[in-house]
Design a protein around this ligand. Sequence first.
Ligand SMILES: NC(=O)c1ccc[n+]([C@@H]2O[C@H](COP(=O)([O-])OP(=O)(O)OC[C@H]3O[C@@H](n4cnc5c(N)ncnc54)[C@H](O)[C@@H]3O)[C@@H](O)[C@H]2O)c1
Length: 253
Amino acid sequence: MDLGFKGKVALVTGAGSQIGFGKAIALLLAKEGCSAVAVNDINLDDAKLTAEDVKALGCKSVALKADVTNKDEVQEMVKKVIGEYGKIDILFNVAGAILGGGPLEEQKEDLWNREIGLNLYGTMLVSQAVLPYMKKQNYGVIVNIGSGSTHMYSHGVSTYAMSKGAIDIFTKQLAIVEAGTGIRVNCVAPGPSPTNFIKAPDKQAVIDMLAKQIPMGRGATPADIANAAAFFASDISGYVTGQVLHVSGGSVL
Ligand SMILES: NC(=O)c1ccc[n+]([C@@H]2O[C@H](COP(=O)([O-])OP(=O)(O)OC[C@H]3O[C@@H](n4cnc5c(N)ncnc54)[C@H](O)[C@@H]3O)[C@@H](O)[C@H]2O)c1
């Protein structure tokens, strides 16, 4: 099946984690024929490692340091991709993290600001920066990363779950606004996966514990998430926009 990636240029945020979803997405896009995959992270050394692995697959790549919560850095990053490759066809908003939770009366506003700033505003800022270029070419695909935590208990009053719920709504709102412009917007909502997102030293032990509540009995692999993200990014989902796909082993129905 032709996914339509030949000649396409993608930008993946949060792709520095060597065991994370962003890198899995970048490598899959490279394998499936994208001509260039630009990889962003707040940590440049990590992004460079991913870019090298993308290049080893015969795809062009550049590592770009930017904090997705910083508008100036985001605008600069997007200009660099345009300068390097002339366009951005596909954006994956992957950068994100869980920062806290617990009883509401113990939470600090600083946590709310940082968590919503990273997960929601980070996604909005990068989308905002690429949209003018996508509009000019009457083509573009944005794939956001949500979370299964929007539909289940998530360690207290979790701003993380709320920030990801807002990403679901942002996805739908932007999809409708852009539906006539050739730009599609969708969201992959992963179940738990043993990436650096899990802060415990034994990540797999955390996932195995959580997997007892997952109907399919296991956590998500980065490949599970990359496959779903690639579907949304590909031309075979050309009539699909404004959707949130839970990739979580049956946890969310
Ligand atoms: N792993 C899970 O269990 C899980 C489940 C549901 C959703 N998610 C979501 O998946 C996405 C990817 O997470 P992951 O599991 O690959 O985690 P990860 O920690 O392995 O990777 C996240 C990457 O984002 C980068 N990053 C963090 N803040 C940034 C910023 N301000 N600017 C640019 N880059 C930044 C980090 O340096 C890291 O490389 C996140 O949005 C996360 O919320 C993860």
